[in-house]
Design a binder for this molecule. Structure first.
Ligand code: 6R9
Length: 642
């Protein structure tokens, strides 16, 4: 197959790139100042580029700057004569069902929905919860909130009613936008039913429920406001609120090692700038390109690289509602051919799944439009990287292995254009972005200098797109990210700096597992298991899984008065599915009599992780265990999974 001539997007002169990068790094604030003036439309220019106080976990960019995010993502493009350019390509679940939405149409829909929200009494700064499938209405809803200065909080439509209720009440949302059903891979999920169950847990919390009729199959509840009708009746013209650069744009919940998921607050100016800059830079985005990030908007990748980054750049962005294997494993590649996609951004878990299906699905489609292939969410295994590069990209595309987090708002590391010269390293994010200064620290907080070293990955300087706080709990924000190693942001990841100074992310060093690129705290899964009446205690660990990256293994001690049946393991999986969502349901449940604990009663997860990974020769020192024979019993029970 012919590949495009400009496939590998290296700058002509590498020396130029190095000079440019070094120049930016000399004075990142001057760089961001220049970027902010160029890329964003300000209603009032900021008076200071940055104003941080890291001891208090306070990050501020573009102080006193005023803008409107929706105006930057929509109106600016319409006003500059690009109203007829395609903003969204909606690739619906049903194969072959595509809808092109221009910037002008996007503007109209967003305005209508903004007016509906205003009618419902939503005010600037209020939180609005979105529990929606991947259709243009999710984008309309996000931008409608941005238009009126409300803060959206998306809950991924795979989360259960308990998880939804917890997020609505933590964010104190008074309005919910949901759909009757979502459709993915031909399967329907009754979102409105789940939302009703969630609302029943928090009576009086939500005063209005707007329902998108995605399938029209579920009869409306008496209190529902039908979204399509309400939008049709609303005015297509809306006022844009003036918001401060540091006003909230959205909350997004993410898992940490302890406690309930944290609602990270992202703000308007710095986040939008970082989204736009990184989208253009790392994906080599050029006007006219068709860009497809295949993530769901319920995750940070969808926020930054389906919606805000591409739209602030006036790009055409694909809204992909389906799954990579529906109707078969050629869905992505058939879509690349049909839509002439130039940049495709996906996750290792999807690639592993597709790689297993064989190359024919890929090769029967023309992929010559592709220039950049992106990966995010977890380390990409070198063999998967090679498949992505050699088979999917036909050795003609740059691979953007992007490392970042919900907290960072946008890409922090990715092989720079120099990688083509220096040699790509499959599985390595390699180079920090402008303004990003990674440090490797030992557990004692000492910096590990030099090359060929490994340590805890921290970042020295805040970047504009970073989260500003944990909603309603700034103390937790400081404790989680800024006080482990004072003055530095602690990522929770480990990393290696190789002999040439390139970075390789080695994975989480805390009790967070990464299942198909979705972050889960082991404590969250354990708390859900406790909701089953038979569970006395449990310990949850991750283990290598060939498609999901990590699988979930739960070791469960049952209550003495509970008599297990052949169904108990299944029931336990069901409890988690119900409490968090299907993706969090354990792959394995092993009933155990006891757990390996230290004398002070702390569960030694390290040992359980080794057993679950079948690394029985690497259990390490067992001498600190209160009851070492527990380990033999667990190993014996583990055999059922081999
Ligand atoms: C954007 C996103 C963040 C965690 C992060 C790390 C892992 C993400 C990665 C990667 C290695 C990459 N991670 N990208 N690890 N290489 N290219 O995924 O955000 O859901 O918050 O997850 O994902 O462990 O700390 P989030």
């Amino acid at each position: 197959m012919a590949a495009s001539a400009h496939a590998t997007s290296t700058t002509d002169d590498d020396a130029d790139y190095v000079a440019y990068y070094n120049d930016c790094m000399q004075n990142p604030n001057a760089f961001w100042d220049q970027q902010a003036r160029q890329r964003l439309q300000w209603r009032q220019l900021y008076d200071k580029v940055a104003d941080h106080n890291l001891a208090e976990g306070q990050i501020r960019w573009f102080t006193n700057g005023k803008l409107n995010v929706a105006e930057n993502c929509i109106d600016r493009h319409v006003e500059s004569g690009r109203g007829d350019a395609t903003a969204l390509i909606y690739e619906a679940d049903e194969p072959g069902t595509t809808q092109h939405i221009t910037y002008k149409e996007l503007q109209e829909q967003v305005n209508r929905l903004a007016n509906v929200l205003l009618q419902q009494g939503v005010k600037q700064g209020d939180r609005v919860c979105l529990y929606l499938p991947m259709t243009p209405y999710a984008v309309y809803a996000m931008l409608a909130c941005a238009r009126i200065g409300a803060i959206h909080t998306l809950v991924f439509a795979g989360f259960s009613e308990d998880a939804l209720a917890a997020r609505i009440s933590d964010g104190d949302c008074r309005v919910l936008i949901t759909a009757d059903e979502s459709v993915r891979g031909g399967k329907k999920i009754p979102l409105r039913q789940i939302a009703n169950d969630a609302l029943a847990q928090i009576p009086g919390q939500v005063r209005a429920v707007l329902v998108q009729e995605r399938t029209g199959k579920t009869p409306p509840q008496a209190y529902d406001i039908k979204l399509y009708e309400a939008m049709a009746a609303a005015s297509p013209v809306a006022e844009s609120a003036t918001v401060d650069a540091e006003d909230g744009l959205f909350l997004l919940y993410t898992s940490g090692s302890t406690g309930a998921p944290k609602g990270l607050l992202h703000t308007s100016g710095g986040y939008l700038l970082y989204a736009g800059y990184t989208h253009e830079h790392f994906f080599d985005y050029k006007p006219g390109d068709i860009y497809a990030c295949l993530a769901d908007v319920g995750w940070i990748t969808g926020h930054t690289y389906v919606v805000y980054g591409p739209l602030v750049n006036g790009a055409t962005t694909v809204i992909f509602e389906s799954v990579p294997t529906y109707p078969d494993a050629s869905r992505y590649w058939e879509m690349v051919e049909r839509l002439r996609i130039n940049q495709l951004y996906t996750a290792p878990t999807a690639l592993r799944l597709l790689m297993k299906q064989g190359d024919d699905f890929v090769q029967k489609h023309d992929r010559s439009s592709l220039r950049v292939l992106g990966s995010v969410g977890e380390p990409i295994n070198p063999e998967v990287w090679r498949w992505f590069h050699d088979v999917v990209g036909n050795k003609q595309c740059r691979i953007a292995d992007t490392w970042w987090q919900t907290e960072t708002g946008g890409i922090m590391m990715c092989p720079s254009p120099l990688a083509s010269k220096e040699g790509h390293k499959p599985g390595a994010a390699m180079h920090p972005a402008v303004g990003v200064v990674p440090l490797l620290l030992g557990t004692d907080g000492q910096e590990i200098k030099g090359n060929d070293v490994e340590g805890l990955l921290c970042l020295r300087d805040p970047t504009p797109g970073m989260a500003r706080t944990v909603f309603g709990n700034h103390k937790r924000f400081c404790e989680t990210y800024w006080s482990h190693f004072p003055g530095y942001y602690f990522t929770g990841d480990g990393a290696k700096r190789d002999s040439e100074g390139h970075y390789h992310i080695t994975g989480r060093v805390d009790d967070v597992i990464n299942v198909s690129g979705h972050r889960l705290g082991t404590a969250e899964v354990e708390s859900s298991l406790l909701l089953h009446k038979g569970v006395a205690e449990s310990a949850v660990v991750g283990y290598p899984h060939d498609v999901k990256g990590e699988g979930i293994c739960a070791y469960v001690i049952l209550r003495a008065d509970f008599e297990p049946t052949g169904n108990t393991a299944k029931e336990l999986k069901e409890v988690v599915r119900h409490h968090i969502g299907a993706f969090a349901s354990p792959d394995r449940v092993q009933l155990v009599k006891d757990l390996p604990k230290t004398r002070s009663g702390k569960i030694m997860r390290r040992i359980l992780r080794k057993i679950a990974s079948n690394q029985l020769n690497e259990l390490g020192d067992l001498s600190t265990l209160a009851e070492p024979k527990v380990v033999d019993e667990i190993i014996e029970g583990h055999k059922e999974f081999l």
